[in-house]
Design a protein around this ligand. Sequence first.
Ligand code: NAG
Ligand code: NAG
Ligand code: NAG
Length: 928
Amino acid sequence: MKGNSESMPTTTQRLRLPWRLLIPAIILLSLLSYSYIPSELHTTRASVVSRCRALQLPAGPPHDFHSRTQSDRHVPGTRPYLIQNAKLWTGLDNGTQIIQGDVLIDRGLIKGVGSLSALRETYGSELVVIDAKGAWVTPGIVDIHSHLGDSPSPELEGAVDDNSPKGPIQPWLRSLDGLNTHDDAYPLSIAGGVTTALVLPGSLNAIGGQAFPIKLRKTKERSSTSMLLEPPYQINSSAPDPSLPPRWRHMKHACGENPRWYGNTRMDTIYAFREAYNTANQIKQKQDTFCNNALSGQWEGLGEFPESLQWEALVDVLRGRVKVNIHCYEAVDFDGIVRLSNEFKFPIAAFHHAHESYLVPNLIKKAYGSTPAIALFATNARYKREAYRGSEFAPRILAEHGLTALMKSDHPVMNSRHLLYEAQQAYYYGLPGNLALASITSNSAQVMGMGHRVGYIRQGWDADIVIWDSHPLALGATPVQVFIDGIPQLSNPHIVEKPETFQRKPPVPNFDAEVKEAVKYDGLPPLVPTRASTQRVIFVNVRDVFTSTLTGIEKSFSAADDAVLGTVITENGQITCVGLCSTHTAADSTVIDLEGGSISPGLVSFGSPLGLEHIAAEASTIDGPVYDPLSKQGVPDIVGGDGAIVRAVDGLIYETRDALLAYRAGVTSAIVAPTAYGTFGGLGVAFSLAASHKLERGAVLQEVTGVHMKVSQSLNGPSVSTQIALLRKLLLHPVEGQSKEWFLKVREGEIPLVVEAHSADIIATLILLKREIESASGRSIQLTITGASEAHILARELGEAGVGIILNPARSFPYTWEERRILPGPPLTESTPVSTLMAHNVTVGLGVMEIWDARNLRFDAAWASLAAGGHMSKEEVLALGSTNINKLLIGGNRVQDDLIATRGGDLLDMSSKVVAVISAERGLADLL
Ligand SMILES: *[C@@H]1O[C@H](CO)[C@@H](O)[C@H](O)[C@H]1NC(C)=O
Ligand SMILES: *[C@@H]1O[C@H](CO)[C@@H](O)[C@H](O)[C@H]1NC(C)=O
Ligand SMILES: *[C@@H]1O[C@H](CO)[C@@H](O)[C@H](O)[C@H]1NC(C)=O
């Protein structure tokens, strides 16, 4: 600003005016003064005045926003669509409104909702009419926590741009500047119904920077900026344009463990926040003083408008114009941030992860301004100390306290293609269905400050719409079509026909007792199962019974109809009668009513370190990694040098919370290999998830299962060809030492060789290696490939070579370059890895990557079968998570003899709950 030493007319007269008249008075006086101040000065002063006034404008859309007739994101040439005969979940009325009718979209907007057939004529032949045939239609999914673009997939070192290493306080950084347009995940997440995502910087900084809501579709500009949902005013310039209303801005903060990355303790982090906010506050106060003077015409000695490119965004936080999203887990951290928000008077949009929020709802409510929402994972917890008390019941408990629970992906931490599944799980564990759907649509849009245009099916809102193949809360619900800005995103969608029952909201079990315990025990409710007090346990009202045999799973009982459900009698963990059993022995028995439920083999978890760790990020709670013979350090001679081999059984850890939670969800045993960062793994072990220690009966099911190895480009180690050379050497000319015996057993075909590999190139090499070893030895070896994201490319060859596959993750995602050629399944492709491999007679099992996820194996199996077209028998589906795993990892000689009883449905059904385990191996029944 120039010429501020010029004097202004006297202000005494103005000071007597009532406050309300002050601003019009200023305008009047500045107009009057026009004639005798230089025009350049006048312009400068006018711009200062308008800038100062703009500081007081609240953030949000302009008040006439809904008079728009076309979206600012409309792409000319997009045809109008009329979706007829739909069940529209609109997001209105707290997520309870459902309209049977039509929705019209045009010019990037929803133009009408209701009975709209008459419009067909108005629009004529330009209109594309889609008959939804009664399908469920919802707003596009809005993900409030994503790193799409900033942490693109497959992960390559050159494009991980979401954390700055330059210090804990970085409010000046913008996630937009790292928003890569080539993330493989954009089309995948769209295929899961995600249309909008808030791209947050990472959480290693206390203030990581500014976040941006984007839409996921490709734009014709192909630029990062063109993906922005509603660009804030600063996007093109360092000074705001006061003629534009300030749209909501977004910022990421983090507290607790992640900012410790800089060596900051919690105390340092909160002080870093206070120092930053204090700096911003001083600037804000200077601005306010400046503007009070300018707006009251006191130009003398006013100086420049106080501003700072570095701090302007944080100043805007203090002006209440930024949606602050805070990664924060524990009570101690909420407490610090709540005090910070009250000290500096800024509102918080949401706490993210927030695994202890359900234990301290009243503390959350003490934050400055309106109560923050809580953005959660459904069952992803305990991966680090501050997540240890996480509960699957948190969304329900928070909602009961009147807090807004949102589900989020933290993509690529969780693949946001499956954000709907997070809402389904929250619903399963007790969040009301209306709120579960709102948690990823209307409520997440509101909390993001974007509820005026996304998150609802409402006239005038953005045309972001998903047509589903089933009720969105039914497991495996998949989009039939996804519209973003009125543009259909799926060019040739593959649609799976679902049974009629999938068109209804599934009933869910009652978890009231578990909810009480979670709170009572401060997030650590006892999980050790209660043993049945009688030797005999009788199950009544059983719909069907599946048991395992040496070859697979068979149905050993099936009720003819609902009126004659069956009975199962067990004694000391053995079934003694199935079907129509006399229950006159009920006197000294425990009787359990399954209410039409089932009995089926216990599931088997493999792929994560379950049994070797409590908390992934805490070294003192885990077994730890083995030595890598290919590393410089090698294996110490005293351990056995190059001939050493480690047995996972020696490191087993019992009574981990994830093992007990998995047990309560029907996973009764697991197989685990020693943790290896290099190629050389060790000997796997099969063990029971319910035992308290290794010496208990049935705690170790098989001491040595197979030899585990890994071949990958991503080990930062020797080349893949070197890793293969190692395998060849060990199999053809084993080194003297403890490992020799086991490699000879592999060569003789007595135990499986289990190799983790994703790339089709590596898998092809392994098939050739198998052939080579077999022709040298004349024996057939059992080879199982795990991971195997690209295995479908070699389905025929794997089938011919008799190589089995454990898909891990069960739903492929291009996390790394070696797994980028995934087969995504419906709606993007008709086939899935499971259907393709099974069509070539490959034995397939489903793996689990992280220990918290072991509990979800039942849903993984059910979902895999739905995605594969639903043609598999229940026996085949159950085998994916049980007998096939044993077959592939232990060889053909183990029967899965734990049985689980589910109430209200079978294990594959989201309406059922596991209520008992019957274990022949351990000679008992556990009641859950
Ligand atoms: C919204 O729905 C939930 C669950 O159904 C209910 O508990 C809550 O009271 C509702 N809120 C309003 C404002 O109606
Ligand atoms: C930013 O600049 C571009 C190019 O001039 C323009 O099209 C766009 O509307 C501007 N955006 C904002 C929010 O000012
Ligand atoms: C798979 O096995 C079945 C039964 O043995 C056989 O009929 C079929 O031809 C096999 N399919 C392939 C692709 O090998």
